[in-house]
Design a protein around this ligand. Sequence first.
Ligand code: 5IU
Length: 275
Amino acid sequence: KPAILSYGERARLHKSPAAKALLEVIERKKSNLCVSVDVTKQADFLKVIDVVGPYACLIKTHVDIIEDFDPSLIKNLQDLSVKHDFLIFEDRKFADIGNTVALQYSSGVHKIASWSHITNAHPVPGPSIITGLASVGKPLGRGLLLLAEMSTKGSLATGSYTEEAVRMARAHDDFVIGFIAQRRMEDVGLLENAGESEEDFLILTPGVGLDSKGDSMGQQYRTPEQVVLESGCDVIIVGRGIYGKSDNVDVQAVQSQAERYRTAGWEAYQKRISH
Ligand code: 5IU
């Protein structure tokens, strides 16, 4: 089995500008923590991001849940991304035909492609969803993650669905930089020369929590150690475990949780590469 490369080594080898930038920031900040900020007011959104920014390589957004959205939010988000040195991932989960997703990605109120370094898509429509999104995102140096698995109870993204997602990504690795998944995908989808090819898909993993096993709506949590060390994932995605209850942002608590998850994620990675 080949040795596990460090994030920094992978950054040097990667051909995708988006993947390279993410791997570089992970190495530079010693953080494989992506903070998911699912809050509904601009002020809370920016406050949480300003507090967690120093500890995160990536901030994951759902821009469509912000009820007082206006375009200044994007400018403020971009300013925070420069101030704290993180990338932006709009968790849009595109799922329509190529022509429609290209419009949803480029246009509308949110113009996601103009500010989000990374976005994601369900593979359910087939490869045309990738070519549709790539027509907009590739010229901008963006990267796409395919949803190969989900963290929720009863997810249908398993077995041959996950395998087909991996095959689709392999056929479009000029734009697909990785997967939302719960484990590494090297052995999925029958790669004949597993471990010998130059492919390097990033695995970003939601459903991460240190104090809870799940919520009342089907979410399931695993610890950073299970996700990074045991399952070999690259980036932990943490939401409520860090920002808690969004209606009352406690800056001290949010900061200490961000620090705690960042440390847990990085220690799990250091154990993984030293094995
Ligand atoms: N998310 C998941 N599971 C998945 C996928 C996305 O939780 O399989 I794909 C999103 C949903 C939410 C964040 O925005 O990741 C997790 O938030 P919490 O850490 O608060 O559960």
